[in-house]
Structure formats: structure tokens, C-alpha cells
Design a protein around this ligand. Structure first.
Ligand code: ZN
Length: 240
């Protein structure tokens, strides 16, 4: 089985299109969306449509829930808040219903997906250290967790002792556990402005984190034209 995974799209249609184009030739059997389809970017409705058409297994991110009032706005900084309120005005009832119905965690037979953390997923914390990874490994009932939220691709692994690195190819070994953050489609924050996504092949036990260039200028222009905070456009060009 081949899974195509993507996360943190944030209404960036140009980046989403580039990722889906790249995944098209990979023989993906099932798409998985780790949340934050909306927020920040100028095309939340178009991104929702494209993603719904893939019939993915999708879970909720903090921006998705904030737009439908399932997460309090006090969690967000002022730019994010402004974009969430703007997005609330754009979406139709049907689209809001879709976001409201998304769950926080999903268990496949051999792996698990969550947007933020397994420990209190609704609190939208981050897994950025081995200490935070340990809390999540202890709650993980499968050998592998895919997450998003930080917009920084990173691989945690171990069994009793945990470590992390930033490799892009992971050969899953038996007896070890993994937490893999697949990075962000629509707002990368690791200094690499290219859109990030992942492929997981259950037969070869390989996970590949991939990057693809997209029309950043187009996405930036739309953010400015929509009247969204200009910094949300600028950060795309920096991968911040
Ligand atoms: Zn996000």
C-alpha cells in the first residue's frame, strides 16, 4: 500500500497543486491529510475542494477547528487570528460542516496520524524535542506516528532512548518506533520555501519526505490582494 501524505496546506492553492502533481505519478493508493487545510492563505475554498475530491483520510488541525469555532481564537497570534476571521467569512456552510466533522486522531492497523500531539491533541502542542517525543511515544500504540503542526520536517526514533534528525528517507526498522513530521505544503518554516509532503510505502517500509517548487509569487500576490496581513505573503518567500 502506498500512502501520499500532506499537511498544513493553509489555503495555498499553488503549493497544493504542485504537491498533488508530484504525487500523481507515484501510484498512491490512499491520500492522507494531517490537517490545517485552511488559514493564512487566500484560497481556502479551492484547497478544500481539491482535497475533498481525493477522498482522503483527513484529520483536523487547529486552524480548521478555529474557523468552525471548535478551538478558541485566544490560542492564535494576531496575524493568524485575522486570517481565521477572514476565512470564516469565505467558507460556505457545507465547507464548514466538512471541517467540523474532522477527528483529531486516526489509527491505521500499523500507524497513527495526528495534527499536533497524541498527548491532549486538542491543546495543539508541538513535538520539537526528544522529551516531548517521549511523551508521545508512550501514548503511541503503533510503531509509527505521522504529525504536522510545526511545519518543520523532522524524524524522531528509538525504543527506550530517543533521538532525532532531519533525514528525508526513513527505512523503518522492526522493533523501533518513529514519529515523523512531514512538514508543510503551504507555509514551510524550515528555511526551505518549497512545499513539503511524504510518501509511505508499507511494503518496502520506506518513508520519503519530498519537496517541490511552486508558484510562490502567485500565492503571495493573492494574499496581498485579499487584504490579508502582508507578513503572511512575505514569510512564504523565506520559508519561515
Ligand atoms: Zn499549520
Amino acid at each position: 500500500m502506498k500512502y501520499g501524505l500532506f499537511s498544513d496546506i493553509h489555503g495555498n492553492l499553488e503549493a497544493l497543486r504542485a504537491v498533488l502533481d508530484a504525487l500523481k505519478g507515484e501510484g498512491v493508493d490512499k491520500y492522507i491529510c494531517l490537517g490545517d487545510i485552511v488559514g493564512y492563505g487566500a484560497n481556502p475554498r479551492e484547497c478544500l475542494k481539491l482535497i475533498k475530491d481525493l477522498n482522503p483520510l483527513a484529520i483536523a488541525g487547529n486552524h480548521d477547528y478555529a474557523v468552525v469555532n471548535l478551538t478558541d481564537l485566544s490560542y492564535f497570534n494576531s496575524n493568524a487570528k485575522e486570517a481565521i476571521l477572514w476565512t470564516q467569512n469565505q467558507l460556505k456552510e457545507k465547507e464548514k460542516k466538512f471541517l467540523s466533522a474532522l477527528k483529531l486522531v486516526h489509527n491505521f492497523p500499523n500507524f497513527t496520524i495526528v495534527h499536533a500531539t497524541l498527548k491532549a491533541p486538542e491543546e495543539w502542542r508541538y513535538i520539537l524535542s526528544t522529551y516531548e517525543a517521549r511523551e508521545n511515544f508512550q501514548l503511541l500504540t503503533t510503531p509509527l506516528l505521522f504529525a504536522g503542526h510545526s511545519h518543520i520536517p523532522i524524524v524522531f526514533e528509538g525504543n527506550a532512548h530517543y533521538r532525532y534528525d532531519f533525514r528525508k528517507t526513513v527505512n523503518l526498522e522492526e522493533g523501533r518506533k518513529y514519529i515523523i513530521n512531514i512538514g508543510s505544503v503551504g507555509q514551510p518554516r524550515d528555511g526551505d520555501s518549497r512545499a513539503s509532503f511524504a510518501l509511505y510505502d508499507t511494503e518496502s517500509h520506506m518513508v520519503h519526505i519530498r519537496r517541490v517548487e511552486y508558484d510562490i509569487n502567485g500565492a503571495m500576490r493573492k494574499i496581498i490582494e485579499a487584504g490579508l496581513p502582508k507578513i503572511l505573503a512575505w514569510r512564504l518567500s523565506q520559508g519561515e
